[in-house]
Design a protein around this ligand. Structure first.
Ligand code: FAD
Ligand code: NAI
Length: 458
């Protein structure tokens, strides 16, 4: 055998799995076909989108909100290409960082596309490698619309939208999910007119309904326009792009300079050789695994976006660590109940545990409480009064079932709730925890108090 473990794909699932395998003393290689490590997350996903969200928020905030604090800034201008260059520098810093981590941990990077050959063999550029175990982590790809093929200049997937050369005057976004609202926020702040065409009657369908509605209200106040319950049926691409959609009992035509198709992602396993290797997939095309991440071939594991579950970088990484520990002879546990999800909009939307709709479907008897950020002193000091903390708990046991936050820094606030859910805390334990004053996190304590006692500041 050449290796103990070969990992295929160096996204946040694969590269983390490879490093952990090597740390556990396993001879490890990672096959990655791209020129850089880090996968979707580092190259065309989490990191570039968050860099642009930050820059665009600074630009927007400077223009719109500093004067109310007595700070007068004249002549604010946008250097969009510099904003993009900064994003590229951040990406290359991270991708090179992973190369460094591979060297430090003695993970060998085999550059090229992996083709499974069955049994213990994989081929890369005509060379065959043998390994005791394989971890498949080839991730996901954007879903397109058949009548609107991506050209990544005017018909964009998220990858194209993260690499534009100029800010489009009018941007249409098909799909008001997480990618849509994040990238829509970027371009709305930079001056685009942003309109969404969404199939469902709500935005961000994975979130608790109160969070979706609150977020939609905030984004609408920022100027974004949502056409919900609309279905695009035709596209014409000429000097402008024109989309015909049906909704609200009528047919409407929308025009734009660019269109972002953000209707979800699908597992990616092109040319991987799943069939040759005898690896089964689910009806939706994900690689089928058991509770130990094993595929239908017991020495082949699969993780991340390639398998069912939330398509999130931290979920992929946790699975990568768990599989490495399993191969290394340990007994890891992974708690899917406490995986947080965040939309990095303004305000941010963050969620962990069950939504109210899921709790109702399961027939659990529950209590819900909501504490508005405008009653939180820190939020008022920093001018971030939009949003709320909503907590759901079991009516009988008081055990926490879900926490949903719409607030500035919700992405950081959700960590406390995640720990509380992972440890199966009750709302009372959260309410009895001392929180520093003044902090946004006091809103979590107050919402927890509101569940079975009474909030102090409401
Ligand atoms: P990937 O990151 O997709 O990596 C798979 C790797 O496998 C790729 O590098 C690919 O080149 C390689 N590969 C594929 N086939 C082969 C082959 N045959 N041989 C060799 N290599 C191969 N998630 C979050 O948690 N937070 C966020 O803020 C966030 N923002 C996002 C923003 C955008 C615009 C997008 C598109 C996604 C975002 N995500 C976010 C989702 C996140 O990027 C994914 O969930 C995550 O990258 C999945 O990790 P993975 O390791 O499973 O796969
Ligand atoms: P999504 O599943 O979040 O949203 C897709 C949206 O498109 C849904 O609202 C859906 O109803 C709508 N839709 C589907 N088909 C449609 C059609 N034909 N016409 C109009 N609307 C349609 O998927 P999205 O936004 O593409 O993101 C993909 C994945 O990437 C997500 O699963 C998410 O987990 C991950 N991601 C995570 C981020 C984060 O954690 N901050 C940021 C960006 C992406």
């Amino acid at each position: 055998m050449n290796y103990d473990v070969i990992v295929i794909g160096a996204g946040p699932g694969g590269y983390v799995a490879a490093i952990r395998c090597a740390q556990l003393g396993l001879k490890t290689a990672c096959i990655e076909k791209s020129k850089t490590l880090g996968g979707t997350c580092l190259n065309v996903g989490c990191i570039p989108s968050k860099a642009l969200l930050h820059s665009s928020e600074r630009y927007w905030d400077t223009q719109k909100h500093l004067s109310e604090q007595g700070i007068l800034v004249d002549g604010v201008r946008l250097d969009f290409l510099q904003m993009m260059r900064r994003k590229e520098t951040i990406i290359s810093g991270f991708t090179q960082g992973i190369e460094g981590l591979f060297k430090k941990n003695k993970v060998e990077w085999i550059q090229g596309e992996a083709h499974l050959k069955g049994g213990y063999f994989v081929e890369v550029a005509g060379q065959t490698f043998e390994s005791r175990f394989f971890i498949l982590a080839t991730g996901s790809a954007s879903i397109g619309l058949p009548f609107l093929p991506f050209d990544e200049k005017r018909v964009l997937s998220s990858t194209g939208a993260l690499a534009l050369k100029e800010v489009p005057q009018k941007l249409l976004i098909i799909g008001a999910g997480v990618i849509g609202v994040e990238l829509g926020s970027v371009y709305q702040r930079l001056g685009s007119e942003v309109q969404f065409i969404e199939f469902l009657d709500r935005i961000c369908p994975g979130f608790d309904l109160a969070l979706s509605k609150g977020l939609q209200k905030s984004l609408t106040n920022q100027g974004m326009v949502f056409h919900l319950s609309h279905k695009v049926i035709k596209a014409e691409i000429g000097a402008a792009i024109s989309l015909t959609a049906q909704g609200e009992g009528k047919t409407s035509v929308f025009t734009a300079d660019a269109v972002l198709v953000a209707i979800g992602r699908k597992p990616y396993s092109a040319n991987l050789g799943l069939e040759i290797a005898g690896i089964q997939t689910t009806p939706k095309g994900f690689v089928a695994i058991d509770a130990s991440f094993r595929t239908s071939q017991p020495h082949v594991f699969a993780i991340g976006d390639l398998v069912e579950g939330p398509m999130l970088a931290h979920k992929a990484s946790e699975e990568g660590i768990a599989v490495a520990e399993l191969i290394g002879g340990h007994c890891p546990t992974l708690d899917y109940f406490s995986i947080p999800g965040v939309a990095y909009t303004h305000p941010e939307a963050a969620s962990v545990g069950l939504t109210e709709e899921e709790i109702k479907t399961r027939g659990i008897s529950y209590k819900s409480a909501l504490f508005p950020m405008k009653a939180n002193s820190r939020a008022r000091c920093i001018g971030e009064e939009e949003g709320f903390v909503k907590i759901l708990a079991d009516a009988a046991t008081h055990r926490l079932l879900g926490v949903h936050i719409l607030a500035a820094n919700a992405s950081e606030l959700i960590a406390e709730a995640t720990l509380a859910l992972k440890e199966r805390f009750t709302a009372d334990q959260l309410a009895e925890t001392c929180h520093a004053h003044p902090t946004l996190s006091e809103a979590i304590k107050e919402a927890a108090l509101a569940l079975f006692k009474e909030p102090i500041h409401l």
